[in-house]
Design a protein around this ligand. Sequence first.
Ligand code: HEM
Length: 313
Amino acid sequence: GPADNTDPTALVNQLEATTGKFPGQRRSGAKGICATGEFVGSAQGRALSTASAFSGQPVPVVARFSLTGANPAAPDNTKSQRNMALQFNLPGGEQWLMGNISTPVFGAATPAQFLGRLASLQADPATKKADPAKVKAFADANPEVLLQGKYLAAQPVPASFAGLNYWGVHGFGFVNAQGATTWGKWLFEPVGGVQGLSDDEAKAKGANFLFDDLRQRVATGQARFDFNLELAQSGDQLDNPTVPLPAGRQKVNLGQLRITKVEAEGQGACLGVTFIPTVLPKGVVAGNDPVLAARAAPYAISQGRRQSEAGAK
Ligand code: HEM
């Protein structure tokens, strides 16, 4: 990807300084649950990409559903970001890793801007709150950092991990057998539709309902997602994760993901996985987004910290 000199250690340190340090936990997406399932690719997927994920044979998938942030006790009944991270285990040991989020955009256009935004949100030791003047000054100078929060504020509290759209946010290219590359941005759309709660319903649900809800939906076969690619047109911006594709772009279904099992809390294959989203299969290529390129190193640093803190676990 394009050059960006933001120090990955500085990013992780700033995440800890702003969002909290919870030993043994992921520095973002800390409250989560492991699941497994399978993906079956479509004929359209095969036409766009040689990736073996689209063969049409079921592919085993390790999933992790999570809330945003560093706090493993984050409340489930707020209008914050949810995540669906996936590991496709493809034939021959090949893997495809993703960290998808419940907003079409991320909260910064570049790693440097993310670092600056996080720094502006860091609590002042005296007041234990972010300094509103600092927050405003940074946001005024970098207005795109507000777009993700505006999107979230306009959505209801999610009723279920299985009732949300999850976007890949970055642009990716799909390379077919003729060597032609189709560019786009993907999203996973729940087959049963998006489901939200009223503010009263959310209050009544309390802080911990999403894991049990997911278990129930999986037991009744209601945790299915269409893996869809929105196709970019020439001139569409693919190197900025605060810019969604324009509305109405053609959408192609690449296949369907079915979650079949939810693990007990603190167990499951996802615990050992660091969902580095530039681990791509043959037949899929990364676009030129500096934020995508910058994710691998901080994720690995976070993994190293949480695993050493957790001891020999
Ligand atoms: C420079 C920008 C970013 C930084 C520094 C960053 C940092 C991190 C870190 C440190 C983790 C924890 C990793 C671990 O311990 O395994 C994480 C998790 C995660 N991030 Fe990011 N991130 C960035 C951008 C993004 C973007 C753009 C997205 C979505 C498109 C995203 C989605 C996720 C998801 C879904 C998880 C949770 C994965 C899981 O379940 O383990 N992040 N991020």
